[in-house]
Every structure is written in structure tokens, then in C-alpha cells.
Design a protein around this ligand. Structure first.
Ligand code: ARG
Length: 466
């Protein structure tokens, strides 16, 4: 069945092109949205007196029967073929209710139809993604609660920098993902406009109550321009950006944990459930879950770039190119959701080794800044203090000793003020952490305050009204 046969000479068809142009294999995923939008649309046609009450009843009965069939047959699409899901529904409806089905597409186009369905799909997937994100947020907070005192080296350039609390580290990812929540919610606001009634491009010629239709389909507003809304896929690009950003954050977390779970670091150990072994080397425990998340981030980024490239050369309004939006969108939705779910489980089940973290703070001169700060407190200009401590670090480094191991006598030759107090500062990452008692800093008081605030934010996110 074709929805556009009349104008074309029969017999001129290339099955290869038909295969090339079909989208049923992809957009069949929208079938329930197609049925729902058609049902609301049929009622709107009835209200506009374009269809009689009987016709409306027959069509809605047919659409409902198809919905029940689809819902009770997970493999409903097996062996079926059609140009796209809209064509399939129309053909199937004719089998259900007969000739009246041919009135279904009065005044509407697949252009406003597919735009409407894609927006509905996106709104619902955004809710799913938000709950997947909140699983991961909860897992981060659970680890932070479990290890309130764990202290580890913080890095810049992946070189030891300053000591931080593990909770502070985890809350950094909480903040990144929290911004992703905001991005998804923003995207939902803009996707929340009704295309139906825009027709193919110029607006329908039937007097439909679009505002009522919007309400019935759960849209906040009617789209204000029919040309725009039938060819706009900004909301897809935006959404894919939100997904790519989520995946980028997951990928950074994955990279950290890959490093932290090497025996050389040993800060964390993945649960056996999320690691794999080697077929050759019996000792191996590889963090494949994290590597796959990192790898899948590349894939979602690719989907984002494809979506923007898809739009950049399109003249108004609809062009068939737009059919290519869905494969990438669906793949990105699935990949991002699955990655979030696995990341949440990896984080929730990983074992933390605070002893190894703490031991690592002994190397790398993490307290060098604190020693310099202590000299500043005694009246030295910071630049001078920096110079003195830098010389001490070089000296220790050449001798292969830590601040804790250097003799006072030797240290005093480089830092004349060296004594009990400076040594205490130099050997205490805890003190270093406690000193960073500024809003957003790593001091225990600040971190536990941020942790409590994060718990409140997450509870609000999870309230069903949102
Ligand atoms: N399968 C098409 C898509 O996803 C539906 C719209 C087709 N419209 C058209 N005028 N050929 O974009």
C-alpha cells in the first residue's frame, strides 16, 4: 500500500529503492504514539464536523483495536512491511474498519504527524532518562555517605595536586549530572508544542481546535508556525546534545575509575559483576563496563553531529532527509539510558579502599601549598614562600624522600622557618583538607553540608509532580 499512488504510473517501481527509502523498520517504535495521535486527531475532526459521530466511533474503535493488538503482541511487526509506520497503521485500520479508514488522513500530513509523534516520544524518554540519572545521583550520594572521612590525592594534569575528600570528588559528578538534569528539562519545555494541524506545511484547511488537541495530547502549547514546526528538529539536536553531555560526564567518570582501579592506584575495586577477565591472562580483572561506557560516549557524540549536519542545508519546509533523524535519536536514547543504568550499578557496588587512598596522599607533596600558606601566615610574601617550598620539594625529590622523611636540619637549610609547626602542616593531608573551609571547598564541614543539600535536591527531583 502507498499513500500517494494516484500520480504515479503503475509498474515503475524499484524494489531496491523501496527498501532504501522505507522507514518502517525504524519508526515502528512510534506505533503507539501514531495510534494515540490519530485517535485524538479523529476526535478533533469530529468536533469540527468534518467526520460524523459514527465515523469517529468507527475509526476510534479500529485504532483502539490496533492498539490492543500491538500491546498484546510484542512481535507485532514481525513479517510486516510498509513504507513507514503511518502507512502501516492506515492499512491496518482499513482491515479493521473498512473504507471509512480512508478518511483518517483528512487534512493532515505525515509531516505534522511524525513531528508530533517524535515530540511525544522525546517527552516520555526524557522522563525515563531523568529517572536513570537520578539512580546514578543516588549511587554517588550513597558512596559519599558510606565514606565520609576517605581522603585521596586530587589531581590536575593527572599529577598529584592537593588532598581532597572522596565525598567531594563524588559530589563533583553530582554537579555535572545535575546540570544534565536541567538540560533535559529545558529541552522538554521546547519540545512541548503541538505540530498537528500544521498539515504538510501551510496549516490545515479544516477548522480544527488545535488548542484542544494540544491539551488532549498533553502539549503545553500549539506551535505558532506551520512551516517551522513541520521541518524543525532543533528539539532532536538539543536532546542529543543533552545525551552527548551526559555521556561525556559518564566517560570522564569511567576514565577516573579505570585509573583508580588499576593495582597501582587501588583506590576502588569494581564488583565482579561489572568486570571481565582475560582468556589468556588468568590474573586479569578488567573494567570493561567503564570502558564500554567511555566507548559508547563516542557513539552518542556521533549521533549529535549527524543530527546537526542533517539540518544545515535544508530549505523550508519538510524534506525527506528528516526521516534520518529517528535512527540516531532512538540509538542515543537507548545508549544513554543503558549507560546511566550500568554506571549507577558500577558506582553503587564498587568497593572503596580508603587506606590505599590515604597512603597515596603521602607521596606527591600534596601539602606543598599548605606549607607555603603557613609561611605566608608568618609574614613571607607568597611568591617567596612558593620559591622556598619549591626548593624543598626539589631537594626531597632528588633524595627520594617525602616531607615526612626529611630531617629537620636539612629542611631548615632551605626553609629557615622550618620547625615543629611547619612539619605538622607538611605531613597532614587532613589539616590541608580542613583548611579549605570555603563554600564549595573540600573541608569536611563543607562537604557534609553539600552532601545534605544534594540529598534535598535529589528528593525534590524525584517528587512525581516534576
Ligand atoms: N517516514 C517519514 C519521516 O519519518 C514520514 C514523513 C514522510 N513525508 C513525506 N512527505 N514523504 O520523515
Amino acid at each position: 500500500m502507498k499513500l500517494w499512488g494516484g500520480r504515479f504510473s503503475p509498474g515503475k517501481r524499484d524494489p531496491d529503492f523501496e527498501r532504501f527509502s522505507e522507514s518502517f523498520s525504524v519508526d515502528q517504535r512510534l506505533v503507539l504514539y501514531d495510534l494515540r495521535v490519530n485517535r485524538a486527531y479523529v476526535r478533533a475532526l469530529g468536533a469540527a464536523r468534518v467526520l460524523s459521530a459514527r465515523e469517529v466511533r468507527a475509526l476510534t474503535r479500529g485504532l483502539d483495536a490496533i492498539r490492543r493488538y500491538v500491546e498484546s503482541h510484542p512481535n507485532w511487526a514481525r513479517g510486516e512491511s510498509a513504507e513507514d509506520v503511518h502507512t502501516w497503521v492506515e492499512a491496518r485500520l482499513e482491515r479493521e474498519v473498512g473504507a471509512v479508514a480512508r478518511k483518517l488522513r483528512t487534512g493532515r500530513s505525515r509531516n505534522d504527524l511524525v513531528a508530533t509523534e517524535t515530540r511525544l516520544f522525546l517527552k516520555s524518554e526524557i522522563s525515563n532518562l531523568l529517572s536513570a540519572v537520578s539512580e546514578l545521583l543516588e549511587a554517588l550520594l550513597a558512596q559519599a555517605r558510606k565514606n565520609p572521612r576517605a581522603i585521596l590525592p586530587g589531581f590536575t594534569h593527572l599529577q598529584p595536586a592537593q588532598a581532597i575528600l572522596f565525598g567531594h570528588y563524588l559530589l563533583a559528578y553530582f554537579e555535572m549530572l545535575w546540570r544534565d538534569v536541567g538540560r533535559l528539562e529545558d529541552c522538554r519545555v521546547r519540545a512541548n508544542e503541538l505540530p498537528m494541524g500544521a498539515g504538510a506545511l501551510a496549516g490545515t484547511a479544516y477548522r480544527l481546535d488545535r488548542a484542544r488537541l494540544a491539551k488532549e495530547l498533553g502539549f503545553a502549547r500549539v506551535a505558532r508556525n506551520s512551516l517551522d514546526v513541520t521541518s524543525d528538529r532543533d528539539f532532536v539536536c538539543e536532546f542529543l546534545f543533552a545525551c552527548a553531555m551526559i555521556m561525556t560526564h559518564l566517560s570522564r567518570l569511567a576514565e577516573d575509575l579505570v585509573i583508580y582501579s588499576t593495582p597501582n592506584f587501588g583506590f576502588v575495586e569494581l564488583s565482579d559483576a561489572y568486570a571481565t577477565g582475560s582468556s589468556l591472562m588468568p590474573q586479569k580483572k578488567n573494567p570493561d563496563s567503564l570502558e564500554l561506557i567511555r566507548g559508547k560516549a563516542a557513539r552518542v557524540l556521533g549521533r549529535l553531529t549527524a543530527s546537526v549536519a542533517l539540518l544545515k542545508g535544508l530549505p523550508l519546509a519538510y524534506n525527506r532527509d528528516l526521516q534520518e533523524d529517528k535512527a540516531g535519536l532512538f540509538d542515543a536514547v537507548d545508549t544513554t539510558r543503558d549507560s546511566l543504568i550500568i554506571a549507577a550499578r558500577v558506582v553503587r557496588t564498587m568497593n572503596i579502599h580508603p587506606d590505599r587512598m590515604k597512603a597515596a596522599t603521602a607521596r606527591g607533596f600534596l601539602t606543598a601549598t599548605d606549607v607555603a600558606d603557613e609561611l605566608v601566615r608568618r609574614g613571607l610574601p607568597f611568591a617567596e614562600a612558593h620559591e622556598q617550598v619549591g626548593r624543598l620539594v626539589r631537594h626531597c625529590d632528588e633524595r627520594g624522600v617525602t616531607f615526612a622523611e626529611i630531617a629537620d636540619r636539612e629542611a631548615r637549610q632551605i626553609i629557615p622557618a622550618w620547625g615543629v609547626r611547619l612539619r605538622a602542616v607538611a605531613v597532614s593531608p587532613e589539616l590541608s583538607v580542613r583548611r579549605r573551609d570555603v563554600l564549595g571547598g573540600t573541608a569536611p564541614a563543607q562537604v557534609s553540608r553539600q552532601l545534605r543539600a544534594a540529598e534535598r535536591r535529589l528528593r525534590a527531583l524525584r517528587r512525581p509532580t516534576r
